[in-house]
Design a protein around this ligand. Structure first.
Ligand SMILES: Nc1ncnc2c1ncn2[C@@H]1O[C@H](COP(=O)(O)OP(=O)(O)OP(=O)(O)O)[C@@H](O)[C@H]1O
Ligand SMILES: [Mg+2]
Length: 862
């Protein structure tokens, strides 16, 4: 079958067979072509025209292509959609080829291994992961090709693996073909990642992985490394020694809670704006931005580590001028980590090296500045900074100040760096000087004032004389080169000779400069480990100055750590405060500890219950990453984990119902929390019917109280639950204060001791301008319910049912008890609405659901 194809298509099919899971970009002249299924799929995904060509078989072969020079944008589009692209180049000179030109795949670009393009955010890592399953858990390895960072961790539960992958937003996960299919599918869905298979032989341990403890991590990392090698087919010298960590070293925040607390992106728009990361980000370098995100993802749990950061932050707060200076200098420091990556990859250009040089120039003063800070730790830090002065000298000596992007046009290397280069440059310059003088000379000699000496790429140097002046030229001295409409261009033997000299010199210059640059690049390669260390130091300084800056600007306080006590005086929600203008924000206290491990929060809708709960979690996270916190005073324990059950995180992807997600999140907390954890349960049980939900809520509170003892904030609409305070010694009621003013509620957003006396749901409905009749009816029902206590029957509604049935023409439903009023006639439509309204069980609805229902009904009537 294959034999009937042309040799080129046969070659294509052979290569394609090895890259089934990637689009094969097959280089043909100035295009990358795709054939067969690839072509069909690519033409759809990229919206490019599908054509066809003869390939030796009876049917034409589907084909589409993209121009070589604009391929990057197309590749990026495919990668973004989770595809892989194999770049297949001609690897021999077509002129020298016998038969079909040799072609090979030179690089496989995958979502986890892209090095540049819009997909790479400068303030985010681009991690690729690999997961292996073992008897008692999972090995997880992470690698960022752009920065050279490598991490490895052993994790017992797959949920925690997913959390880790989610929090670093790895776009690709490498597994062996034996990996559990179901788990792989879950990973793919939950993390939105591409799954890649790698079964290659795990070769001998490489240097950066030598120290890995145990076979599990070695196998996991080596699988990833093998995959990287196979796809990249080039030097991976910049990969740093694998850093082994343990989940227990950091505060654990599961995937749901990270999302719920909007640590690095908001729930609704999935954007950074509005998240904690957005609020805190006062970093000046891309590396610092990435480190900040890593810190937020993994808050510390060891007091000594937290305090070390705190001390630096405090010192920087106390040295305003030095800090401002540091910020100015850091602004000039480019992304050393990614520069180092590009040096290793061999795709660094002269402008990159200039950036490197400019960055290194800042380091001595940064070192001095940090050393001058009045703190032992700062001085130690400064002492450790290696400014790589030898590299700076090398770059200053070698590199031209203003090099072009291209490496083939010269202008890369400074005068005086290389003798031969200087000679060529002299030769070229002499020649050019001679030519510059030629115009004057020839004008004098011929007497033609308009005579010009010029240069163009096709004809080289020439002397141009207008047709009117041709008679003034001496016979035999000028050789005609080109004829224009009203001028002739000439050359003289002398000019020809100089031209040859200049061109040769320039050619030599470009070639030599390219060579010298390549050598320089190799030399810079030797500095990669030192540069990476420097990058780490700079990014830490940047993240620490960021904390100092934000803490001072927003008047944060240094938190103090306690064993068990929470004492936050005048705390604020950092993000809400920023968004709403701080004068309006009402600060709140939070006191927890002995005999107050759990707080039951009641209060009207919209009063600020959720905000208050999130605030405590965010303050704890900020404290444990080393930042100061928005409060007048803050004493906090060090939490080992934070769990949240906060609405609005419907897991649409996994297709689970809201209530199921609610229960899963609750389970996650109940199973894993310890007495050192923080749990936020925001209106648990709201998603099911009243008594069902209330029963669940009470059972959950009792369970946490009796079996876990974690610090717990539990907000609820069920006032009935407030009686639990008498039964459970660790539970205290608090409420958010609201007041009635002229018949409407005023939210004070103030947390007070004790239970709320009233639910103001009806007032909120009123604020939302539901019909007056409806509001007064709701008030009536409420009154009746309050009289009957908490009996589950809904007597008011059932009574009315019969009333309507008996006297259908009467609108007694709305005008309750005023039968003497004249009833208007009721249309069919109105009857339908009434029927619908009757069947609604208001007590089972959230206020929002009630509003929606009202809206629908009202619309029907209009
Ligand atoms: N301390 C505060 N100071 C000023 N405004 C606040 C404060 N707390 C909350 N708010 C404002 O009140 C709004 C409602 O807050 P939140 O969502 O926390 O209320 P809630 O009690 O949880 O409401 P629901 O019961 O409907 O869930 C917020 O959008 C915020 O703008
Ligand atoms: Mg709420």
């Amino acid at each position: 079958m294959m034999a009937s194809y042309t040799p080129m298509i046969q070659q294509y099919l052979k290569i394609k067979a090895e890259h089934q899971d990637a689009f094969l970009f097959f280089r043909l002249g100035d295009f990358y072509e795709m054939f067969f299924e690839d072509a069909k799929k690519a033409s759809q995904e990229l919206e490019i025209t599908l054509t066809s060509r003869d390939g030796g078989s009876a049917d034409k072969i589907p084909m589409c292509g993209v121009p070589y020079h604009s391929a990057a944008a197309y590749i990026e589009q495919l990668i973004k959609k989770g595809y892989k692209v194999a770049i297949c180049e001609q690897t021999e000179d077509p002129k020298a080829a016998k038969g079909v030109v040799k072609r090979e795949v030179v690089q496989l670009i995958t979502p986890g291994t892209v090095m540049d393009g819009k997909g790479i955010h400068e303030s985010e890592n681009n991690f690729i992961a690999s997961v292996s399953e073992f008897r008692d858990g999972y090995g997880l390895a992470l690698s960022d090709l752009t920065t050279g960072e490598n991490l490895a961790v052993f994790i017992e539960r797959i949920e925690d693996v997913m959390s880790e992958i989610y929090s670093v937003s790895a776009k690709e996960i490498v597994v062996s073909s034996k990996f559990n299919e179901h788990t792989a599918a879950q990973l793919k869905e939950r993390c939105g990642a591409t799954i890649s298979i790698e079964d290659g032989e795990i070769t001998e341990r490489i240097e950066i992985a030598k120290h890995l403890p145990g076979e599990e991590l070695t196998e996991t990392f080596m699988r990833l490394y093998t995959y990287l090698q196979k796809t990249q087919k080039r030097s991976l010298d910049h990969l740093q020694p694998v850093q082994v960590y343990e989940l227990e070293e950091a505060m654990k925040i599961d995937l749901y809670s990270k999302r719920n607390l909007e640590l690095t992106e908001t729930i609704r728009s999935k954007s950074k704006k509005g998240s904690l990361l957005w609020l805190l980000d006062e970093t000046k370098t891309a590396m610092g931005g990435r480190l900040l995100k890593q810190w937020i993802d993994r808050p510390l749990i060891r007091a000594s580590q937290i305090e070390e950061r705190q001390e630096m932050v405090e010192t920087l707060i106390n040295h305003l001028f030095e800090r401002e200076d540091l910020r100015e200098r850091l602004k000039e420091v480019y992304d050393l980590e990614r520069l180092a990556g590009r040096v290793a990859f061999g795709n660094v250009n002269a402008r990159d090296l200039i950036q490197l040089k400019e960055s290194l120039k800042q380091v001595p003063s940064i070192k001095e500045l940090v050393g001058s800070l009045n703190h032992k730790k700062a001085k130690e830090r400064a002492g450790l900074i290696d400014p790589c002065g030898d590299l700076l000298d090398l770059l200053e000596e070698a590199l031209h100040e203003n090099p072009p992007l291209s490496l083939k046009e010269g202008n890369l290397i400074k005068d005086g760096y290389h003798q031969k280069l200087d000679e060529y440059r002299d030769a070229s310059k002499n020649g050019k000087d001679w030519i510059a003088r030629l115009e004057q000379q020839e004008r004098a000699y011929t007497g033609i004032r308009s005579l010009k000496v010029g240069f163009n790429k096709v004809f080289g140097y020439y002397i141009e004389v207008t047709k009117a002046n041709l008679h003034l030229l001496e016979d035999g001295r000028y050789e005609r080169k080109q004829t224009l409409t009203n001028a002739e261009r000439y050359i003289t033997p002398e000019l020809k000779e100089k031209e040859a000299l200049i061109l040769e010199a320039e050619n030599n210059i470009c070639e030599l400069e390219y060579e010298l640059f390549a050598v320089l690049r190799e030399k810079v390669k030797q500095f990669i480990p030192r540069l990476q260390r420097l990058a780490k130091q700079m990014s830490e300084l940047d993240a620490l100055q960021c904390f100092a800056t934000i803490s001072e600007n927003r008047h944060y306080t240094k938190p103090v750590f306690s064993d068990n006590e929470v004492k936050v005086i005048e705390g604020r929600h950092p993000v809400v405060e920023k968004v709403m203008d701080s004068q309006e924000y009402v600060p709140n206290n939070c006191l927890m500890g002995d005999s107050r491990e759990m707080l039951l929060i009641t209060g009207p809708n919209m009063s600020g219950k959720s905000t208050y709960m999130r605030q405590i979690a965010l303050l704890s996270i900020m404290a444990q990453i080393g930042c100061f916190v928005p409060a007048k005073e803050a004493v906090l324990p060090i939490f080992d984990q934070i769990f949240t059950r906060i609405g609005a995180a419907d897991d649409l992807i996994s297709g689970q119902s809201t209530f199921m997600v609610e229960m899963l999140e609750a389970k996650n907390a109940i199973v894993n929390a310890t007495k050192d954890s923080l749990i936020l349960f925001d209106e648990i049980g709201r998603g099911t019917s009243t008594y069902d939900g209330m029963a669940l809520a009470q059972a959950i509170i009792e369970y946490v109280h009796d079996h876990i003892g974690a610090k717990t904030l539990f907000s609820t609409h069920y006032h009935e639950l407030t009686v639990l305070e008498d039964k459970l010694p660790q539970l205290k009621n608090v409420h958010v204060r609201a007041e009635e003013y002229n018949g409407t509620v005023v939210f004070l957003h103030q947390i007070k001791e004790g239970a709320a006396d009233k639910s103001y749901g009806i007032h909120v409905a009123q604020l939302a301008e539901l019909p007056d009749d409806l509001i007064s009816r709701a008030q009536e029902i409420l009154k009746q319910l309050e009289q009957t206590g908490d009996k589950p029957e809904l007597p008011a509604v059932s009574e009315k049912k019969s009333a309507v049935r008996e006297e259908p023409a009467q609108l007694s439903f709305f005008a309750d008890g005023e039968k003497e009023q004249k009833a208007p006639a009721v249309s069919n439509k109105e009857k339908q609405v009434l029927e619908a309204f009757k069947s609604i069980n208001i007590l089972d609805m959230t206020p929002l659901e009630a509003m929606n229902e009202m809206y629908k009904l009202q619309k029907k009537l209009k």
